[in-house]
Ligand binder design. Structure first.
Ligand code: SAH
Ligand code: SF4
Ligand code: F3S
Length: 442
């Protein structure tokens, strides 16, 4: 094994990657590695990549250029690359042709093989690689290093079968495979025994949990069962697809007292015509009905979303439909994206790409409207007392300021002893800003 037993993991992309990085860290620690304080000089450097952002390829190869310099300085350090970019054939080809000094390459379905690839690389001195296109089972029982002792992600399924026409994820994460409910519950019970109070169930489309595998347990059943686990006090989940939000899932917001009143429900567009071209299988009206049903079941529920501006063929009318939907849905917050081409997806070949300046103009108008609604929603919190899970020192709040989230996922900063991290405490909201709240412990 290597002499320098320190590691550094750089993670890009979504919570799925963050969760995978925790597993990668867990495996490295099982092999006797400890975290390095900084990237340069670490014995093992892992780049966990994402393909979803614009220019992901350029940025990744730019990062590899930096890695090459690091390796020139420390020839014994091991550079491993993994994540969604490794599932793209042209990327692998380019690494093997032009970046053959990269030590280890593994795919999103091969995370459990990392320790053996590392051993192979060290024993044989050659590049070690494992990238699969499909796997039927999710490896269970892998170790993990959690970022927080009191909250944790729990992966409930891998992959995506939806093939939205703009999206690369189904090609990088493979087909949907769900974990057995018992394995999930076992993990959550052991997390609870370990002091975890909040779990976030993860999947690209959690509502279809168990469907492709024909389980008897569906996502709503799973929520009811997680709600029974002693010690867990908050349950969150990500992400839901608007095409399948069944009444039983909406009912869970009423029945499961631990289920947090927040749902991330990416709408992508307010134009039913475009939603169809995106292959998303719902309409603007259907989406708004789902929003209304959720608010009826849980009047204080926070609804957040993702919106893409400038999908190919988006007309002024289509965009106005999005603006109208935004006004009607009253989102608590939204991630907005400028459409950008992902090679290999159907939309990349659509002829009617929207000109940049049109896209930018629409984007600015949309963001302005969304921010005004977010600010108004936040203002309604002023004066309320909210239960906050204290997370520790605030990233931006300054000395003596901690942050945490309300049940509805609003970020709150307040003066607090950081030693209280992990506690659920009452905080009175004294000030609302556009993207966060300020309060005081009561
Ligand atoms: N599984 C999640 C989303 C994963 S990708 C879901 O279905 O909701 C996260 C977000 O990135 C998407 O919701 C979408 O808004 C955005 N996105 C994905 N591909 C994109 C593209 N080609 N151009 C712009 N935004 C994109
Ligand atoms: Fe991508 Fe659509 Fe799957 Fe989400 S549901 S990951 S947007 S293909
Ligand atoms: Fe990116 Fe892969 Fe997640 S492409 S958004 S890291 S599933």
């Amino acid at each position: 094994m290597a002499d320098n037993k320190t590691y550094f993991i750089q993670t890009y992309g979504c919570q799925m990657n963050e969760r995978d990085s925790e597993t990668i860290a867990g495996m490295l620690e099982q092999e006797g590695f400890v975290p390095a304080l900084e990237r340069d000089g670490a014995g093992v450097i892992v780049l966990n990549t994402c393909s979803v952002r614009e220019n992901a390829d350029n940025r990744f190869f730019g990062q590899l250029g930096v890695m090459k310099k690091i390796k020139e300085k420390n020839p014994d350090s091991i550079v491993a690359v993994c994540g969604c970019m490794m599932q793209q054939e042209p990327v692998i080809r380019k690494i093997r042709e032009k970046y053959n000094w990269v030590d280890i390459i593994f795919g999103t379905l091969n995370i459990d093989e990392f320790p053996s690839l590392l051993r192979r690389r060290l024993a044989e001195g050659r590049q070690a690689m494992s990238v699969s296109e499909a796997r039927e089972h999710i490896a269970e029982g892998l170790p993990s290093v959690r970022k927080y002792p009191f909250k944790s992600f729990v992966n409930i399924m891998n992959g995506c079968n939806n093939f939205c026409t703009y999206c690369i994820v189904p090609y990088t994460r493979g087909r949907e495979v769900s974990r057995q409910p018992e394995a999930i519950l076992e993990e959550i019970r052991s997390l609870a025994a370990d002091g975890v109070r909040e779990v976030t169930l993860l999947g690209q489309n959690v509502n279809s949990y168990g469907k492709a595998d024909r389980f008897d347990t569906d996502f709503a059943d799973l929520l009811y069962r997680v709600n029974e686990v002693d010690g867990i006090e908050r349950i969150r989940f990500m992400t839901s697809h608007p095409k399948d939000v069944p009444d039983r899932l909406i009912g869970a917001f009423r029945d499961c007292e631990k289920l947090c009143h927040h749902i991330h429900l990416p709408v992508q567009s307010g134009s039913s015509r475009l939603i169809k071209k995106m292959n998303r299988h719902y309409t603007k009206e259907g989406y708004l009905e789902t929003v209304a049903a959720l608010r009826e079941a849980a009047p204080d529920i926070a609804i957040t979303t993702d919106i893409i501006v400038g999908f190919p063929g988006e007309t002024e009318e289509d965009f106005e439909e999005t603006m109208d939907l935004v006004r009607k849905a009253q989102f608590d917050s939204a991630f907005t994206f400028l459409y950008s081409v992902r090679d290999g997806t159907p939309a990349a070949k659509y002829p009617d790409q929207v000109p940049e300046e049109v896209m930018h103009r629409r984007f600015d108008r949309l963001v302005e409207a969304l921010n005004a609604i977010t600010a108004e929603k936040n203002l309604a919190y002023q004066g309320r007392v909210e239960k906050i899970l204290i997370e520790g020192p605030s990233a931006r709040g300054g000395d003596g300021i901690c942050s945490g989230r309300t049940d509805t996922f609003k970020l709150v900063n307040f003066r607090c002893n950081p030693a209280r991290a992990g506690e659920l405490a009452d905080v009175r909201i004294t000030e609302a800003k556009t993207f966060s709240l300020f309060g005081e412990l009561v």
